[in-house]
Design a protein around this ligand. Structure first.
Ligand code: ZN
Length: 257
């Protein structure tokens, strides 16, 4: 997916119209450049020359971030996938993901909203939260360790109609309760919404922490994609151990056992 951040505030001497045109030009140029980058990365990482180790991420391209400035217009393009990031970033990736100045890297600093693809902390989920031990079923003894979250400040999608979305580890429940409170303070009238927590229907990838009730997918109620970047930051501040602004539709959070 491709996202773009709003161009920086234009200097007063430029008319808004001129900036809009300039910005659109940058967007087209940026999109073209990104396409070239993705194509060449795919060719490089799947070529014989890249063996025995693929040149970039071992499991495929994980995140491409592109920042382009022309005059007062600035476009940030990011593409992310759910390919696993290596725990140690090889130098080739560091060069690719590095920013040219501290000012640019400030978009990753605490206090700022997350942008699509951001992971906080920027490590593999399993390295931060610990790998899954088993898929918990209702009949398992481990199921008794899960709690039902009935916080009125949280909306649960519960599309399964089983209440499974309310089931989660105690730690996750505590963190979501803290987050629900800050969401209520940040946007009065808007609630934290959980679209998925514990999964008993094998709807996730094999090692997903959803199976242990240690992960949740979050949006807001009412749904507002524009709030997700801020929601991600609030989740970090609420103590969620790992926060991933996974795509334009939701934020995935997870906690340690
Ligand atoms: Zn998830």
């Amino acid at each position: 997916m491709v996202t773009r951040k709003a161009p920086e505030a234009a200097a007063a001497k430029h008319s808004a119209d001129a900036d809009r045109h300039q910005s659109a030009g940058v967007e087209v140029a940026a999109a073209e450049l990104l396409k070239t980058v993705v194509t060449s990365l795919e060719e490089t990482s799947s070529s014989a020359a890249a063996e025995p180790r693929r040149l970039f991420f071992p499991d495929g391209i994980n995140l491409i971030s592109l920042s382009i400035s022309i005059g007062n217009a600035k476009v940030e393009l990011r593409v992310s996938s759910d390919a696993k990031a290596p725990e140690i970033v090889p130098p080739s990736v560091a060069v690719l993901a590095g920013t040219e100045s501290c000012r640019d890297s400030s978009i990753f600093l605490a206090g700022d909203d997350l942008t699509i693809g951001d992971k906080v902390p920027a490590s593999a989920e399993s390295a931060v939260c610990g790998a899954i031990k088993k898929r918990i079923r209702r009949t398992d003894v481990e199921f008794k360790n899960l709690v039902a979250n009935n916080n009125p400040l949280i909306a649960f999608k519960d599309e399964e109609g089983t209440g499974a979305d309310r089931m989660m580890s105690t730690r996750l429940s505590e963190r979501l309760n803290a987050l629900a409170k800050t969401v209520d303070e940040e946007w009065p009238g808007t609630r934290l919404r959980v679209t998925e927590a514990w999964d008993e229907d094998d709807e996730h990838s094999g090692t997903s922490l959803h199976y242990e009730g240690r992960a949740a997918d979050l949006t807001t109620d009412p749904v507002d994609p524009k709030k997700l970047g801020r929601l991600g930051r609030l989740a970090v501040e609420a103590g969620c151990d790992w926060v991933w602004y996974e795509n334009s539709g939701h934020v995935h959070v997870s906690v340690k056992a």
